[in-house]
Design a protein around this ligand. Structure first.
Ligand SMILES: [Zn+2]
Length: 368
């Protein structure tokens, strides 16, 4: 009896000891990984969103639960080639005055629905079939009547590309330099790098970043030379301007429909912004807004702590203002969108000799 109880005691002690060691190790592990917590305002460039295990159907259902619910998650994974095909179909159907007008966002949403959100599965034959059905007089409502998720995909893709294609008037000049406005229908979003300036980039969305705290990269880095004029991709108003510990000198521009927030970061030391750019100001797609640099990764202002000069470009979707800050932000992988915008660059020139500031060469006007 006596011997048995000693044995039991020893076993109990051993188990208790192991348990304590195990718990201490857990505490140490999670303690360290959370030592540096970001403040809400600091996570503009990056957030801790977990990309894994996102089920499109669950998200779509969640978004439709009640009338005041909103979309919580969007992923865009289409290629630049696909964007070009769809935009060409849309633009040519409008410019040729054909009776059937194709809408590239509707085409994209149909495909997104068909592939469960994975546009990498795109097959040309699926698009050909869809276009021929539409051209034969069938409507998108008829073709999508059995697709439960069509509305979710339409709202998601429309939130990204709403202002990319449409009618506008562009300033042009003839051989003798006389300027005039011409009405056009087409791509009206611009590459964020000015015309005739080179840049390189790679697929860096979601890759790990270590400065500050454990996080992932929620944008695309466009590597170029210091001073390269940075262009507003879409029109909107300047929502934030100034120093951010992560982004350095940065500017955030919100689209007029409020659904997109464009984030341009690591702008040039000493002279980051275009002349007179200020918070609340309205900018037009194609305007010069700043200059590429290497500022950031510093709590102190105006410090070059980035190794390679680049523009960090990010696009955030906001369906509800609670998604602007915090841990439920939706950032889009813009790599393929940048590739798609390559052909639409804004031409610039040095307009002010004293400040060495650039301006766009040709204005564009929205058509009401
Ligand atoms: Zn970046």
């Amino acid at each position: 009896m006596f011997i048995k109880s000693v044995k039991l005691n020893l076993l109990k002690r051993f188990l208790l000891f192991s348990f304590i060691i195990f718990m201490s190790l857990l505490l140490v592990y999670f303690g360290f990984s959370n030592t540096i917590k970001p403040s809400v305002n600091d996570i503009e460039e990056n957030s801790l969103t977990d990309f894994a295990n996102v089920n499109v159907e669950d998200i779509a259902k969640d978004s439709e639960k009640s009338s005041n619910s909103y979309i919580k998650w969007v992923e865009f994974n289409g290629s630049a080639t696909l964007l070009r095909k769809l935009s060409d179909l849309d633009i040519s159907s409008h410019s040729q005055d054909s009776t059937i007008k194709l809408n590239w966002i509707e085409l994209m949403s149909y495909l997104g629905c068909k592939y469960g959100g994975n546009l990498k599965l795109f097959k040309q034959s699926d698009l050909d079939k869809l276009v021929s059905e539409l051209n034969s007089g069938k409507t998108m409502e008829e073709l999508t009547s059995n697709m439960k998720l069509y509305n979710y995909f339409y709202q998601s893709y429309d939130a990204i590309f709403h202002e990319f294609i449409g009618e506008y008037e562009v300033e042009t000049s003839d051989s003798s330099g006389n300027k005039s406005y011409t009405k056009k229908y087409g791509l009206k979003a611009f590459l964020p790098i000015a015309k005739n300036y080179s840049f390189s980039h790679y697929k860096d969305f979601g890759s790990a970043r270590s400065y500050g705290y454990k996080r992932v990269h929620l944008g695309n880095d466009l590597l170029g030379s210091i001073g390269t004029p940075v262009i507003a991709v879409e029109s909107g108003y300047v929502e934030s301007l100034g120093w951010n510990q992560y982004g350095g000198w940065r500017v955030g521009i919100r689209s007029f429909d409020k659904k997109r927030y464009y984030y341009y970061a690591h702008l040039r030391k000493d002279h980051p912004y275009a002349k007179d750019l200020a918070e609340g100001q309205i900018v037009s797609a194609g305007d010069v807004i700043g200059y590429l640099g290497m500022t950031g990764y510093s709590a102190k202002e105006n410090v070059n702590n980035i190794n390679i000069p680049h523009l960090h470009f990010g696009m955030q979707l906001i369906f509800n203002e609670v998604q602007k800050e915090g841990y439920n932000q939706i950032w889009i992988d813009v790599y393929e969108i940048i590739e798609f915008l390559r052909k639409n660059t804004s031409s610039v020139y040095m307009a002010y000799d004293d400040t060495k500031d650039f301006e766009r060469r040709f204005e564009i006007m929205p058509v009401e």
